[in-house]
Design a protein around this ligand. Structure first.
Ligand SMILES: Nc1nc2c(ncn2[C@@H]2O[C@H](COP(=O)(O)OP(=O)(O)O)[C@@H](O)[C@H]2O)c(=O)[nH]1
Ligand SMILES: [Mg+2]
Length: 398
């Protein structure tokens, strides 16, 4: 039920509503009448008794000039002060689409700024605590171990890995055998236990072992291939062939052709995956086939698709990612992520001789669960080593 009450003042109207409908009346709307023919009707109040959900306060709680009736909106209940509305100043209801009050906006911005300042102070305090923690940890390292810890940190191994290694070595080196040589030897053992090495490739009869090499431009792929081919012929296996898919880049082909001719090694060029079966049919009697590829900038999707297509056609026994050890850690991670997705299952580091940090030889294979196969350590044809735990551990403690 909806009812409208007209009166000279809101007080009169509310008085009548209270008398007729009692405290359960719900005010839906109240308005001043702009043009009324009856001079005694200046206001109009619309009420209902329908959607009451909460009992109003008991009559004893109603004071004379602040009488609390239930004043509700249609969605819920809002007890409001039942005042003499004619005498109290009217509060303007917020109008939709009206610009936000600029004082409120300034208040809001000041609060946000205060919060940002507080967060900045919290962050500075946390950072100081952290640095203090690092200093305390360093100070707590027995001084006999500080030199080896400094070497590992200089080689780019994280504090967490170093701490882990140190914990093991401290247990292995009893208090009376903590001389520099013993600590170094125990550390090398702890490192060697963690270095991940791929099984040695095995040549077999009837079908060549196929090794494919991928990696960024200039990482040393062709260099590794010529070193491996040279090493195979020198150690008595002349039955080696090189296949290259890097046929378009200026100078790349000429370089490989010159090497193959000088070393008397068979060289095949493959321009598209469709040519793979025919070329590999010709190489059926070889014992080792080394596949060179072109390198491109990171994230080149076309290049990734090419590698996938060649990989699917060749189906190599081993897929090696060739990475220069002097690359930044973040780039090593990005490259490995991309090439691991292209089914790489071996890591080769080149330019070991030029790298100021050797730590990636430990953490990268662990992080991606891809073992190391070879290390290139110079530009001469014999600057290649099959990855060996002891050799790498030695580099890491230098
Ligand atoms: N110092 C050093 N230079 C290397 C090594 N491996 C490759 N290089 C050099 O890196 C450059 C690029 O090598 P290359 O094999 O053509 O890279 P590719 O583009 O991946 O085939 C050449 O100048 C190589 O001599 C290495 O182990 N040590
Ligand atoms: Mg090359």
């Amino acid at each position: 039920m909806i009812k409208k009450y007209r009166a000279g003042t809101f007080t009169e109207a509310f008085q009548r509503i209270k008398e007729e409908l009692g405290p359960d009346a719900v005010i839906l709307q109240q308005q001043e009448l702009k043009s009324s023919r009856n001079p005694n009707e200046k206001v109009e109040v619309t009420v209902t008794l329908d959607d009451i959900a909460e009992a109003p306060p008991p009559p004893s709680a109603i004071s004379k000039d602040t009488e609390k009736l239930g004043v509700y909106n249609s969605k819920g209940i809002k007890p409001v002060e039942w005042r003499n509305l004619d005498s109290s100043p009217k509060k303007a209801a917020p109008e939709p689409n009206k610009p936000v009050n600029s004082d409120k906006l300034i208040d809001c911005m000041e609060n946000t700024l205060a919060e940002v300042r507080r967060l900045r102070e919290d962050f500075a305090a946390t950072r100081n605590d952290f640095l203090e923690g690092v200093r305390v940890v360093r100070d707590r390292i027995p001084k006999e171990f500080s030199s080896i810890v400094a070497k590992l940190s200089k080689n780019g191994l994280s504090a967490q890995i170093v701490q882990d290694l140190l914990a093991e070595v401290m247990i292995l080196c009893s208090a009376n055998s903590r001389d520099e040589i013993s600590i170094r030897e125990q550390m090398k053992k702890a490192l060697a236990n963690r270095i991940s090495i791929a099984p040695r490739p095995r040549l077999r009869k009837g079908r060549p072992l196929v090794q494919m090499f991928i990696g960024p431009t200039g990482s040393g792929k062709s260099g590794i291939i010529s070193k491996l081919a040279g090493r195979a012929t020198i150690t008595g296996n002349p039955n080696v062939a090189i296949v290259t898919t890097d046929c378009c880049r200026m100078g790349a082909m000429e370089q490989m052709e010159a090497f193959a001719a000088a070393a008397d090694i068979a060289l095949e060029r493959i321009y598209s995956p469709e040519e793979v079966p025919e070329v590999f049919e010709r190489l059926r009697d070889k014992s080792l086939v080394l596949v060179d590829t072109a390198g491109r900038s990171l994230g080149n999707k076309e290049h990734e698709e090419d590698i996938k297509a060649f990989h699917n056609a060749i189906r190599p026994d081993e897929m090696h990612i060739v990475l220069p050890l002097n690359m930044r850690d973040s780039d090593l991670k990005k490259s490995t992520e991309i090439y691991a997705a292209l089914k790489a299952n071996r890591i080769i580091f080149t330019k070991q001789d030029e790298a100021s940090e050797q730590g990636a030889m430990l953490w990268l294979p662990i992080k991606f669960e891809i073992p190391l196969s070879y290390i290139g350590n110079g530009q001469s044809p014999d600057n290649i080593v099959s990855a060996e735990k002891e050799i790498i551990a030695e580099w890491l403690v230098k």
